[in-house]
Design a protein around this ligand. Structure first.
Ligand code: 1PR
Length: 548
């Protein structure tokens, strides 16, 4: 197998990238010290997390000069995400640390006054936007393809500025802001998106880089509709996983979190299929992300949970969209009594192929403590330690709320919502109580308090379930989603209650949610992810088309 060299300079999550490189027919050699750069022909610089942290590690390890030399010698070089950002002069994210300055420009933060930040999801990288209407594809980029982005800082696009210096620019649009999604010149390719997480479209870009195919013909000139820019509506398939009574890890699904059959089987754990096969099926149906929730990990020690790690490893070899794993992300004690930190647990999952971890029960405890300390950060929580090491985008907080009805806002100290669906005694208000351990414990703590605290701690995204709606097929809890969206800036994934494609259209039309997740309707085979996306498209909503 021909070889690609990968820079290993910072605690990063590169398992997915290695899988993707192998998938396009190359093997990976690691560059672990600056002297090794000279031996590398094709070199990839992956970057995640904080610009300042990445670039100072990079500089302290002595990579600046060898990388400059590599690029100046005209050898193939690819920078991904923060690996793109590091080649610019500077970033608003960290003024103390300089970039390499190979490309002129300064990255700035997205304006969060009208949209969620970070920018997470599938967007364009369109070269024909920048005056290139020749029907050519630069490094496999296509105007009608969508790529997976996750970042808060970007280079605003100014027409002509970099083109005049010989760069080909691919653009994307987030809200009103147009930014640089990728750029290329000679043997240098830089992508703000993650090709390794961008399905077939991303693999094509990686392959083009590896094979040095700088310009090829587009298979066809896309329609203006297909090349429409902007963040697409993200559809996520979720697999609740647990061990059944026979000891096998199976995909299950509850009704309001109860996963046992209510039939003559005597209450066996509902078995809906095998996790790896189902994840693959949803990827092939066009799911934009796949989430695994290990729903009983609070009982077991996750360090001993090797079957779950194996599931991730096998899934990440064939599923090239982001994978999230939740359940048991907290400080714990191994079976032999050794203490294992939440960061170490998360690292095991990242090394096995996860792109994000989802923290549930532990986030509630950490948030309660945050308020008890007078809203000060501890610096030691799972959310803080994992986001410091892997970036905010790698930390999702999964919320399991339960409605509590009250006659008036004065009847509780908690933040209430006026509801169109009154309670059993005609109560017109409700508040959403946080629960832990899969809904088994209800806390005197509301969801608004939780999401604001975890945003302050560095969570990158909220997975917003709802126990009242879970498994009911009656649609998402729009009141809850609107209320949470109004409380925070980080993206929200709406979850629980989807029963047909119309529910996805409804949540995107009636709330500003950033993504929507379904489980039961997909697992029972009632609808496919593809049907959901077709429906969204018919409603005029922008979605990513699955590419072979
Ligand atoms: O507390 O950090 O160990 O994490 C445990 C994780 O497991 C949490 O994310 C929690 O939400 C999840 N979990 C625990 N128990 C259950 C259960 O169902 N008994 N599942 C559970 C959560 C909700 C979603 C579901 C949507 C959509 N399930 O995963 O996929 O509600 O379902 P639908 O479309 O069929 O309505 P920790």
């Amino acid at each position: 197998m021909p070889t690609v060299y990968l820079l290993d300079y910072v605690a990063g999550n590169v398992r997915s990238l290695v899988n993707a490189i192998e998938k396009v027919g190359y093997s990976v050699e690691w560059v672990r010290k600056p002297e090794d750069v000279a031996n590398a022909e094709k070199l990839i610089f992956p970057g995640v997390g904080h610009f300042g942290h990445c670039m100072s590690q990079f500089a302290d390890s002595g990579y600046i000069e060898p990388i400059r030399k590599h690029i100046a010698a005209g050898k193939p070089f690819m920078g991904i995400c923060v690996g793109l950002q590091g080649l610019f002069e500077s970033s608003e994210e960290s003024d103390k640390v300089a970039g390499l300055g190979v490309v002129p420009g300064r990255l700035t933060r997205f304006d969060d006054s009208d949209k969620a930040v970070p920018h997470i999801g599938w967007n364009s990288a369109n070269t024909s936007k920048a005056g290139n209407v020749t029907g050519e594809s630069v490094y496999g980029l296509r105007p009608d393809s969508k790529y997976y982005y996750v970042h808060s800082y970007a280079l605003p696009y100014v027409e002509g500025q970099l083109e005049s210096k010989g760069w080909t620019i691919a653009t994307a649009r987030y809200g009103k802001e147009e930014f640089v999604g990728a750029l290329a010149k000679d043997n240098v390719l830089l992508t703000q998106f993650h090709p390794e997480k961008s399905g077939a479209a991303g693999l094509r870009v990686l392959k083009a880089f590896c094979e040095g195919q700088k310009v090829t013909k587009l298979p066809q000139q896309p329609s203006a509709q297909a090349a429409r820019e902007g963040l697409t509506r993200r559809v996520i398939a979720c697999l609740d996983v647990r061990t059944n009574d026979q000891g096998d890890l199976v995909v299950t699904k509850g009704d309001q979190y109860d996963v046992r059959e209510k039939d003559e089987s005597g209450g066996a754990v509902r078995n809906l299929g095998k996790p790896v096969d189902m994840a693959r099926k949803y990827y092939e149906q066009g799911a934009d992300e796949v989430t695994f929730l290990n729903i009983t990990s609070f009982r077991n020690c996750p360090v001993a949970d090797t079957p779950m790690l194996e599931i991730l490893r096998r899934t990440s070899e064939t599923v090239f969209v982001p994978l999230t794993i939740g359940g048991g992300i907290r400080d714990t004690v191994d079976t032999d009594g050794t203490k294992v930190s939440a960061l170490e647990v998360a690292s095991m999952y990242f090394k096995s192929g996860a792109d994000k971890v989802s923290v549930g029960s532990d986030a509630v405890t950490a948030a309660e403590e945050y308020y008890a300390r007078g809203k000060t950060l501890a610096g030691t929580t799972a959310i803080e330690t994992i986001s410091a090491a892997y970036g905010n985008q790698a930390v999702v907080v999964s919320v399991d709320p339960k409605r509590q009805y009250v006659a008036s806002p004065e009847a509780t100290t908690h933040h209430t919502v006026k509801t169109a669906f009154p309670g059993p005694n005609g109560e017109e208000y409700c508040w959403y109580a946080c629960t832990t351990k899969g809904g088994r414990e209800t806390r005197d703590f509301d969801v608004k308090q939780l999401v604001q605290a975890v945003e302050a701690m560095g969570a990158g995204e909220i997975l917003l379930n709802c126990i009242d709606k879970d498994g009911t097929n009656s649609g998402f809890d729009l009141e809850l989603i609107n209320d949470v969206k109004a409380s925070i800036k980080i993206p929200v994934i709406a979850s629980s209650g989807a029963g047909h494609p119309g529910h996805f259209a409804e949540v995107f039309e009636k709330t500003p949610t950033d993504a929507a997740l379904g489980a039961g309707m997909f697992h029972r085979g009632e609808y496919t992810v593809k049907q959901v996306k077709e429906h969204l498209q018919q409603q005029g909503l922008l979605v990513r088309q699955f590419e072979e």
